[in-house]
Design a binder for this molecule. Sequence first.
Ligand code: ADP
Ligand code: GLC
Length: 482
Amino acid sequence: MRILLASSEVHPYSKTGGLADMAGALAKALAREGHHVGLVTPLYTGIRERFPGLKHLDRKLSLPLGSRRVQGEVWTLDTMEGLTFYMIEQPDFYLRPSLYQKDGMDYSDNAERFVFLSKAVVDLARHLSWQPDLVHVHDWQVGLVPLFIQHEKRVTGWGNAPRTCLTIHNLSYQGVFPSALYPLTNLPWDYFTPEGVEFYKQFNCLKAGIAYANAITTVSPRYAREITTEEFGCGLDGLLRSRQASITGILNGVDYEEWNTTHNPYIRYPYSSEDFSGKTANKLALQKELDLPVDGAIPLFGSINRLVEQKGVDIQLGALEEMLSGKLQFVLLGAGATPFERGYRNLAQRYPSKVAVRFGYDQALAHRIEAACDFFLMPSRFEPCGLNQMYSLRYGTIPIVRVTGGLDDTVTDVSEDPGTADGIKFMEYSSRALAKSIRKALALYAEPAVLEHYRLNGMAVDFSWDRTAQEYTRLYQRILET
Ligand code: ADP
Ligand code: GLC
């Protein structure tokens, strides 16, 4: 099959969260399955310098964006057989210090930036020498693509137009803009209806994908069910219910080439389920690095997050407040909102021998924390899939998760199955419930044999991408047959 993917971030070129991991790994896994794969993404600051193998594609972009035309160039990168990245160069839009925001505020021209990206995807889908059978877009930034394709097919007689699939990684980001920006699409107002892209008088990019894609997926089976309810539907549950027959939940995989404890440039002391001694050495090294008392016997809890409400920052701070008088340490790596940073900084100042926090984005430190910790906290309010809990399992770091979305689909609590238990789950969204789980973790830590049983179970679970890629392949086949 010939598949063109599109995502506003792709590891290892650009990343703010799990979308990048997922898009990069899906592309590789589909190519491994034998498909012909392309992936369209912006050429952000620094990519050219870090990847000198980029080649200029002989296709200039000149796309209408409302009343003006915007030019762009395309660069390609071939990283393995069957996979080509198409990076869209538009310096005004993409050569910026970060992907979406400055000082916690979205760039004011994000509508222009991502309507342009969506148009570039459609231009490539139409004019690449290999004609994709299917275009698979990810999240709101390229949510308009299915509508653009459908529209072009209708008005220009694009006979062999590709079929389309939208993956929703997070329904709480929809790309909603004032209706005055709708003309950036250069589409007729016929689509600006409650069944189309209109959302309470505004213009909603994700909704375009939900309304017009041939198929919709989301990144775990439980989240696929949740988004059709009012509680998790972010105002789109009605539309999602009307498209229920076209929605599939496919659990993300883990790229174990990157996230492993035996061949990993970021992990100083490799370890495996046969020999945990390296894990303790990593723990001592991290305690030293973060100026915490160096003591292998103290249970170490970790958290790595975008600091946003979704991640349960408030109940995490509350639970830590309750638990920090006990014998434990906590380390946080977080990127994002300043008020949340303040909360953690305050905790670290009051408990300097128990809490260490680092702000910013640091991939190497993320691996070191996963490798060093005994327990990993993910008390998310909602979690479409979540990758860190799966990384934790492979790293022998026991995840403590709230029963929601992909967290529920990937972690097994002792109450579900003592034989395969590999984590601790709690239901109620409260500091009290999380603190209770931390207490359970401390009790588990005091019983080394049971702790090891959990760790070995977690390390043995296999979320490899091959299974996920096969599920996508089956779905693509169904889409092409209908
Ligand atoms: P989300 O996509 O909602 O942020 P996921 O759990 O799916 O959540 O993925 C988060 C990804 O981003 C993981 O690869 C995680 O290691 C990484 N990550 C999050 N915050 C940071 C950070 N501050 N520094 C480095 N990596 C981070
Ligand atoms: C989103 C979700 C996260 C998911 C990731 C990759 O960022 O918040 O739960 O794991 O996308 O699909």
